[in-house]
Ligand binder design. Structure first.
Ligand SMILES: Cc1ncc(COP(=O)(O)O)c(C=O)c1O
Length: 462
């Protein structure tokens, strides 16, 4: 194996590896060490304050010091701090949570399989789909389809389902295909309508399915709205067109609600917001507001029957996760769901989202801004601009997104750069005054970036 030259970096290397950055940046100087959090704010070891305007990767929906949630977790630690769910035993709190999830999940008569992370939820479901196919005597039905740009996790299978960063890891593993992400702003032909555009994507899906050997596709995975792909809200014709194709070929539709679940999109689930009827749903992140790692899969009735039949045939469902259905995670999720419902947090978040959207729309005329998208308590500013003939005009949108992200961080606001866009999705508990603050700083950053690009000062209205 050829030895690579070490990268010279004078700065002190950290003993840990951080993701989604260069390894050579794993240094003391390039890293901020966050020490504590309060409300929607986090504070680093230099005493700097940051508004976590992405809820730390769309997780901390109750903010950083929810005492009620901490108390529920502490109480569960005193009662039953750990228990494996397998071999005819489970914890009372996991059963209680499964019952709650069956009642609220957007899958009819679901059964719940727990995991610890979103990636595990994806992997476990892929395994169950394979087990189910074998049980149905359709063992060839193993291929699954994801979408370019969507992130589904860090394990081998979930990273293979993810629509990018394959080459450098020698992925995807066998059995993964990808189709285009709905990106109407970036991907439409000039003047193309949303229905024409959506029909084109459904055609692409159909062509892919028809190229594959018959009856080999098990499922199509999609987030109701892909945050990882830059919060590209699909046109309303998109999912109906896709669902029609999936139905025709008896392919399951899986909604990955790891990000969109638990109040982010203006309803409890993204499927409710987008009016989707998935066969299965994956959940994680907001399910415990991040206070404990826990994920869940709502498995539809038909697949459940296949699992039942298969486990008779094989004598067992040879699957478990030591920390899946962790009683402390279950207690956290139960409390989280109770708080959301009791405090009408979905409604509050929806109202705050409308306010955020209104404020951000003020940047629509800014010379750097191409499009503002928003839905529920989430929004993105897309830096791809189109001219009066609807033709894209700039190629520096990804760069602008990173520049704006860095400048916002310097001003103490964490937003998420995602391709051409920056995404904003503060905790569900955010208040209007805090949204004002985020938008005020965004306005400053946009103006500064514009001026630094040697253009004249902007007359952006807010
Ligand atoms: C849509 C989606 N699915 C799955 C995952 C993986 O979740 P985890 O990081 O908990 O493994 C993520 C993580 O960001 C995600 O955004």
């Amino acid at each position: 194996m050829a030895t690579l030259e070490p990268i010279i970096n004078e700065d002190e290397r950290l003993p840990l590896i951080l993701g989604f950055q260069k390894i050579a940046d794993n240094t003391n100087q390039a890293t901020r060490f966050v020490e504590y959090g309060k409300g929607i704010y986090v504070y680093d070891t230099d005493g700097r304050e940051y508004i976590e305007a992405t809820s730390s990767f769309y997780v901390a929906s109750l903010g950083y010091n929810n005492e009620e949630l901490i108390a529920a977790i502490t109480a569960q630690y005193h009662e039953l701090p750990f228990f494996v769910s397998a071999l005819n035993r489970t914890s009372k709190s996991s059963l209680d949570l499964a019952e709650r999830l069956v009642a609220i999940a957007p899958v009819k008569d679901a059964h719940i399989l727990f995991g610890s992370t979103g990636s595990e939820a994806i992997d476990f479901l892929l395994k169950m789909l394979r087990f189910g196919a074998v049980a149905r005597d359709e063992p060839q039905r193993q291929t699954v389809i994801g979408r370019h740009g969507s992130y589904h996790g860090g394990t081998l299978a979930s990273a293979s389902l993810t629509g990018g960063h394959h080459e450098e890891f020698g992925l995807p593993i066998e059995g993964f295909r990808h189709v285009s992400q709905p990106d109407y702003h970036g991907g439409r032909q000039p003047g193309q309508s949303t229905s024409e555009y959506s029909a084109g994507l459904a055609d692409e899906l159909r062509r892919l399915i028809e190229r594959e050997p018959e009856n080999t596709i098990a499922a199509f995975f999609a987030e109701p709205i892909s945050f990882s792909a830059g919060f590209k809200v699909p046109p309303h014709e998109y999912f109906p067109a896709i669902s029609k194709v999936l139905k025709e070929f008896a392919i399951d539709f899986v909604a990955d609600e790891v990000v969109t679940g638990f109040g982010r999109t203006g309803s409890l689930f993204g499927c409710d917001t987008m009016n989707l009827q998935p066969d299965h749903v994956t959940m994680a992140k907001g399910i415990t507001a991040g206070y404990f790692p826990l994920s869940a899969i709502a498995i539809g009735n038909e697949l459940y029957r296949d699992l039942e039949v298969g486990s008779e045939r094989f004598g067992t469902l040879a699957h478990a996760g030591t920390y899946a259905a962790h009683p402390v995670g279950a207690a956290a999720a139960l409390k989280m769901i109770e708080i959301i419902e009791r405090d009408n947090l979905v409604e509050h978040a929806r109202r705050m989202g409308e306010y955020l959207s209104k404020r951000l729309q003020g940047f629509q005329g800014h010379p750097l801004v191409g499009e503002i998208r928003s839905l529920g308590l989430a929004a993105s500013i897309d830096f791809l601009r189109r001219d009066v003939h609807d033709v894209p005009v700039n190629t520096d949108a990804d760069e602008l997104s990173l520049t704006v992200y860095t400048a916002m961080l310097e001003l103490g606001v964490v937003v998420r750069p995602a391709g051409r866009s920056v995404v904003i999705a503060p905790p569900l508990i955010v208040r209007a005054a805090e949204i004002d603050e985020i938008c005020l700083r965004m306005g400053r950053v946009l103006d500064n970036v514009w001026q630094k690009l040697n253009h004249k000062p902007s007359a952006a209205k807010r």
